[in-house]
Design a protein around this ligand. Structure first.
Ligand code: SF4
Length: 374
């Protein structure tokens, strides 16, 4: 019998986790800049640049491993601070080895989730969180059911990518893609997300191409408008999950604030202004939003150029929804294709490890609750 592998990871060192590696060139607002920190630690600027390169290019998270630094300096840094604030608290790998899910602890112990997906063909994608918890309370989502905790910083976002990329590196793989589809709504933490994007995109640093990143929004129209106006080169995905307002408002309460007409108008403006494609995510829920009529309504909504629909199989949570059958999924996709809508059925990954966002944290919470109860 195959089974998923769960690893409890050692606790992070309890030293000061100020990020000395941040080079300050990227548009990141820090309470204390790395330059100030270098002054405080009497560190020459070129040393700070070496640390930045080691963290961003070699994915080093322990000062002792920065071999370009003198041994005495490595030792001093190791005793003074930790390079990275985030610590991996738990990880689970699916039985097929394709997906690893991480529960990270922020400096104050707040949990956020990240996922590493190893695709057939060699692509490697990190899915990371843009907030701790989420206020949008989508009915099918474990994160939404857990509620909002707080916004996280750009560096907290960056460090999730760093730790996921480091895990891939240990297997001889490079991170090729990044999606902001973990916990939270990226456009409700807009500045931090864009600062993280700038840092990830820095050619002197992590150097992940903007077009290899995708921001997925549940439909925060002012966020889409700002994203359009700023001509951000990152891909835009919009979670639709229903093709009429009544059902969408039931599944995604945000639809009451920004209904489909407003959302799709913002998406069309984005396409017109940027000439870039919008990806629509559509989670298929058995006998909820997956009928032939739903498919026809969706096709009618998505007129115009430059769009692509991703049909996503549902990973069960405590919510009362089931995954659509392969037959209903194929029929839904066929109707879209017949009507000229480009569509992809997403390959399911990590069913056995609760790979939908919020599920690992929810499991951790229910375990703690069970422990407290008993
Ligand atoms: S699906 Fe996304 S937007 Fe909706 S509650 Fe979950 S994390 Fe928030």
């Amino acid at each position: 019998m195959t089974s998923s592998k769960v690893a409890a990871l050692p606790a992070a060192p309890q030293r000061d986790a100020r990020r000395i590696w941040w080079n300050g060139k990227a548009r990141v607002a820090g309470r204390q800049t790395a330059q100030e920190l270098c002054l405080e630690l009497d560190l020459a600027p070129y040393r700070q640049a070496q640390i930045y390169q080691a963290v961003c290019k070699e994915l080093v998270t322990d000062p002792a491993a920065i071999t370009v630094l003198p041994v005495a300096l490595r030792q001093r840094l190791r005793e003074t601070l930790a390079l990275v604030s985030l610590s991996p608290a738990r990880e689970v790998t699916s039985a097929d080895g394709q997906t690893t899910k991480f529960l990270f602890s922020l400096a104050d112990g707040t949990p956020v989730e990240g996922v590493l997906m190893r695709h057939r063909g060699g692509r490697t994608t990190a899915c990371i969180s843009s907030q701790a918890g989420c206020a949008l309370r989508c009915d099918f989502c474990a994160t939404g059911q857990g509620g909002f905790v707080r916004n996280i910083s750009a560096l907290d976002i960056f460090e999730q990518v760093l730790l996921v990329a480091a895990r891939a590196r240990r297997e001889g793989k490079s991170l090729t893609n990044l999606v902001f589809m973990g916990m939270g709504e990226p456009f409700l933490n807009y500045d931090a997300v864009m600062d993280a994007v700038a840092l990830l995109n820095d050619p002197q640093g992590f150097n992940l191409g903007a077009r290899r990143m995708t921001i997925s929004t549940a439909g925060v129209v002012p966020g889409i408008e700002r994203f359009t106006a700023e001509h951000v080169q990152v891909n835009l995905a919009i979670s639709l999950h229903a093709a009429d307002d009544e059902l969408r408002s039931r599944l995604m309460p945000i639809n009451r604030k920004w209904p489909l007409a407003l959302l799709l108008a913002a998406a069309r403006n984005y396409v017109a202004a940027t000439r870039r494609k919008v990806f629509y995510e559509y989670l298929l829920l058995d006998e909820v939003n997956d009928s032939p009529d739903d498919a026809r309504r969706l096709a009618d909504l998505l007129g115009g150029p430059l769009h692509h629909v991703n049909l996503i199989p549902y990973n069960a949570t405590d919510a009362p929804y089931r995954r659509s059958s392969p037959l209903r999924t194929r029929r839904f996709a066929d109707i879209l294709r017949e009507r000229g809508i480009p569509v992809t059925i997403r390959h399911t990954m990590g069913d056995d490890i609760a790979a939908a966002c919020g599920q690992l944290r929810a499991e951790g919470v229910s375990r703690r609750v069970r422990r407290a109860a008993g």
